[in-house]
Write a protein that binds this ligand. Sequence first.
Ligand code: C2O
Ligand code: CU
Length: 475
Amino acid sequence: MTSLSRRSFVTCLSALGAAPLLPKRSHADGTQAVLRATTSTAQLTPEGFPRTDVWAYAQKGAGSVPGPEIRVKAGERVTRRLLNELPQSTAVHWHGIRIDNAMDGAAPLTQDPVPTGGTFDYDFVCPDPGTYWYHSHNRSREQVARGLAGPLIVEDVEPWLGLPGAATRELTLVLDDWLLNEDGSIVEGRWDELHAAAHAGRMGNTGTVNGQSFPGFSLRPAERVRLRMINVATDRIMPISLPGLSSTLVALDGHPVAPRKLEVLELAPAQRADIVVDAPVTSTEMTNLVLGTGRGNQVEFASFNIEGEPVQRSGEDVRPLPSWKTLPKLDLATAQNQPLLMEGGAMRGMVEATYQGEKMDFRELTSRGMAWAFNGVAHGMGEPMFEARLGRTVRMELANRSAFPHGIHVHGHHFTLLSRNSVPDPHKDVRDTVLIQADETVEIAFVADNPGKWMIHCHMLSHQASGMMGWFKVN
Ligand code: C2O
Ligand code: CU
């Protein structure tokens, strides 16, 4: 532990001795119909440091970061009246849910932003089990960074927990990255900073799990637990490892995968991973959730304390999650091909792009706050990037011609990863957000089976705000 470089807050925390905290149980869904977006405070830094003013979701009582966990079973409805108590307009996007277009929350494409004091009734079915999240989709670069994000868990219809080879318990871990001042306040007034937007985005200096700095979780010896991990950071890619725990990946972005062993998991903003961990068989060991922060640095994000009565382990292979059986089959032979070329940013830039109907050079673009383009268009929210007939398979070649990685998210659909740099993907993972490295080309395909206007954008929210967004139409 001492060999790892740590932030000052974490150092202070370990000096204080981190108390193991059990995760909060979520309440059963359906009892509260209101979701307030409101101002609140949160203890993002260790006890003894000042609380942070945040924007947060609330169902009952004060707003919390992350927002309250919303939980339904697959096929059930989520019904919430959004009440906006913020000083800005807002809207809620239900990330990864194959949702009715009118409920997608992608302001201003699918709804008007909800003004201060206004309401919007969200009412939609969650067709597929898995780990999802909800977040602001208006001025999201600022609003998500201020705390407007929470977990949305869609449970399997038939319980998986407790079956042979399955976990006996689950934990939701919401990973976040905050840019805080010394006094604990959020760094303000730099929301539109072009320098950050043209690089890797707004990078924080304080990591939290479930809104806490370096929380401790208790695992019993030999216990098998499902971790639902969600990266809600605005821009930070999180390479995660769990040294000391045997980790098996069972789902990505909510969709089951054939269980596979895991060393390091690279979780881009908005991505989720369900990981089954086996605790060591002897107690009093301590292991950490470790986050690589680039340049070879690592920080510890949370601790797992192995304590209590050992669990009788069956020693069986990890049981796969039940498959969705809800996605239509791809028809690649008749697919509609849609290229998506990503350009811009520091180090490379681009010769020119169209912004608000006008062609301009990179300098001109940056003077308007634009640093990125999709297919030569910056902030392409006017005309759709393409249209697809309902039921048509769309194959997209996502070509990153910039010096930075991008996490591309498609609304309303989940897609299959076909290849990376022309090498067929061995797993054919199904996702809603894919990380594409600098100079990498990734091929994806999905059946355009959900009518409406759907956004496609980089989920590094600083990149999105400075040009990396567009939309397509399914009809
Ligand atoms: Cu989670 Cu359009 O985003
Ligand atoms: Cu990006």
